[in-house]
Design a protein around this ligand. Sequence first.
Ligand code: G
Ligand code: G
Ligand code: MN
Ligand code: NA
Length: 254
Amino acid sequence: MQLVTDMRQALKRSEFILHYQPIISFASGRVIGVEALIRWQHPTHGLVSPVEFIPVAEESGLILPIGQRVLEESCRAITRLNAQTDIELMLSVNISGKQFAQEDLFDVVKRALIVSGLKPRNLKLEITESVVMENAKQAIELLKRLKSLDLQVSIDDFGTGYSSLSYLHRFPVDMLKIDRSFVSMMEAGSDNLEIARTIVSLAHSLSLEVVAEGVETVAQQDMLRELGCEFGQGFYYAKPMSEEDLLASGVLTT
Ligand code: G
Ligand code: G
Ligand code: MN
Ligand code: NA
């Protein structure tokens, strides 16, 4: 397939770049971390969204070398940012299903931490609900092993998978991320508001923190804060941007 050949080239030519989207604390109004989001800086097509190529990268196995590059580069970038600013940012990195099933994920993560010098407590791995639930027993073992590195784990796109709620407490995770589909149409009296409320209360009953993704309006922020959700991420605060723009934008220091 042509796309796979192109992606192999892109990897060699370093056409994959990372953008970082701020995550804000509702309590302080400050940026507490960023999520790394990959883009393909294509020589003719411009900036290509991961939606277009991550599924093919998954299928072809290219997600493994790409994912390793993402981990190392983002850990290095946040180490640099943390050295240049007063704040200590957390870095969230998406781990796909195939990466999570990879034999040496533990070694890949450990290596990224060592080569970058990022403090393990400042790294958070985002794994989707459907991936962790697919093979729950193995997932629990791998998560325990990863967490022995002193990093954190969040369950991404929460609410869209098929969590056995009775099972959730066995997962050694730190945070749930409310999927943006629930935030998008969250109005007073809506089903989405009730779903968000349920997720926050479930999370807190398990001593997990909650971040809402796709926050686009002040109204959404206020409802989420009212529910007790701790963190928000979305266009209302900032779009994903390059490391350079993140520093220049001033969003980290305000
Ligand atoms: O940034 P954007 O909204 O276009 O991202 C779309 C999807 O691509 C999201 O579901 C996100 O989780 C996924 N994605 C973005 N960056 C990465 C990455 O570095 N690795 C993996 N596995 N998925 C990513
Ligand atoms: O699946 P994951 O949560 O990793 O995906 C994050 C994706 O959501 C990124 O592609 C990012 O660009 C996108 N995104 C971030 N903030 C917003 C937002 O406020 N609204 C919408 N529609 N998309 C967002
Ligand atoms: Mn994510
Ligand atoms: Na998500």
